[in-house]
Design a protein around this ligand. Structure first.
Ligand SMILES: Cc1ncc(COP(=O)(O)O)c(C=O)c1O
Length: 401
């Protein structure tokens, strides 16, 4: 068979990857909007706020400075790695050597490089579900196998040690944790994190912990696994970024920190893949992390207000089961009661079909649970304006009630 026949043109490895469902929903909503349809998007996981002025100013200044016009170390500007180390101490109380920090093109590159650094062909990775749509794709791309451990609304979307134990095999290499969670908004308590951390320690597993929503918790405390179980330091990779905390999704700055060998391996990979993150955005990130954190509290207040409103309004729709999210900016209702029923002349049999029906009939974009390994649910981001939120959910109420 020729290597240009259709079956062989794209590698099996990449052909197996699905498009990011969340980005796809967002792109479809934006395209409909551009075509003049009044679509309200609950799809994208990005704050509606502009990036704070003082951060933008730092970037403008950096753009004018010729020293930022050149290649810099692939690992990240020393000043930014220092700022991340200080921020880590300030927020989680953890001491990290700036040399063990790698600045990445968004949290996504950190996710990718973390798995690439520790997963070999045939390794199993424990993946609590519902999960963020990128994790299983990256695990598979690295030759590993995601082992889903499901926790539904009845257990507040949080896995426990008994479930992890049942999924453990000799091939298990790592455990992924994401708290506050995308897509569910669940936040693990310090006790829960400690118990899981001690379990991972006892079994010699790697822990990859995604802390990108650390500042978006509403009453529930944020718990850091390395603060709860410091003995895990040599087998834990922490992922983070400025996107969600500082309304900087488009700037593309994230980071990972962990043991020296892992950071070195990931830096080597990045040095071939993308080199340094744009210097101007790294300078903007320094301003965000080192400047006044008041803006963070201000945005959190707005998200909290929207969180309460969206939960209250969604709960008025008969059949929807709406656990109250404790963090991030997502709500994750169970919609199974609506499946198979007639809705305005149409019937949806899956949450995927329901999301399509909602977009078609109410011009409201939501992401179906299929994208997160849990059909029967939908995810709504409440990082949109109060006005759009009320208008969008009012449309849902009219359609579904
Ligand atoms: C759980 C989680 N981790 C990481 C990221 C990556 O964020 P970014 O690449 O924009 O920094 C996201 C973005 O949606 C996320 O939800």
């Amino acid at each position: 068979m020729s290597h240009t026949t259709p079956a062989r043109r794209v590698s099996a490895r990449l052909a197996a990857i699905q498009e990011s469902a969340t980005l796809a929903v967002d792109a479809k909503a934006k395209a409909l909007k551009a075509a003049g349809r009044p679509v309200i998007g609950f799809g994208a996981g990005e704050p509606d706020f502009p990036t704070p002025d003082f951060v933008v100013e730092a970037a403008v200044e950096a753009a004018r400075d010729p020293k930022n016009h050149k290649y810099t170390p692939a690992k990240g500007l020393p000043e930014l790695r220092q700022a991340i180390a200080e921020k880590t101490k300030r927020d989680s109380g953890i001491d990290v050597d700036p040399n063990n920090i790698l600045v990445t093109n968004g949290g996504k590159q950190a996710v990718f490089q973390a798995f690439a650094a520790i997963v070999d062909e045939g390794d199993d990775v424990l993946l609590p579900a519902p999960y963020w749509t990128t994790y299983p794709e990256v695990i598979r791309l690295c030759g590993g196998q995601p082992i889903e451990v499901f926790a539904g609304a009845d257990q507040e979307y949080k896995v426990n040690v008994e479930q992890l134990d049942a999924a453990l095999t000799p091939a298990t290499k790592a455990l992924l944790l994401c708290s506050p969670s995308n897509p569910t908004g669940a936040v693990y308590s310090p006790e829960e994190i400690r118990e899981i951390g001690q379990w991972a320690l006892a079994h010699g597993l790697w822990v990859i912990t995604d802390e990108i929503y650390e500042h978006l918790t509403y009453g529930a405390p944020m718990s850091y696994i390395l603060a709860e179980v410091p003995e895990l330091t040599d087998q834990t990779i922490v992922l983070n970024g400025v996107a969600k905390t500082y309304a900087m999704t488009g700037w593309r700055v994230g980071w990972m920190y962990g043991p020296t060998d892992v950071i070195k391996a990931a830096t080597n990979m990045q040095s071939h893949a993308t080199s340094n993150v744009a210097n101007v955005t790294q300078r903007a990130a320094i301003a965000a992390l080192s400047g006044s954190q008041e803006i963070v509290a201000h945005m959190r207040e707005a998200f909290d207000r929207r969180r309460k409103k969206i939960v209250e309004m969604l709960r008025e729709i008969p059949g929807l089961l709406v656990p109250e999210p404790q963090g991030a900016f997502y709500v994750y209702p169970n919609v199974e009661a609506l499946l198979g029923k007639e809705i305005n002349g149409q019937v949806a049999h899956t949450s995927g079909e329901l999301a399509a029906l909602i977009l078609d009939q109410a011009e409201v974009a939501v992401v179906p649970g299929e994208a997160f390994g849990s059909p029967g649910y939908i995810r709504l981001s409440y990082a949109l304006s109060d006005k759009d939120l009320v208008e969008g959910i009012t449309r849902l109420q009219k359609l579904l009630s």
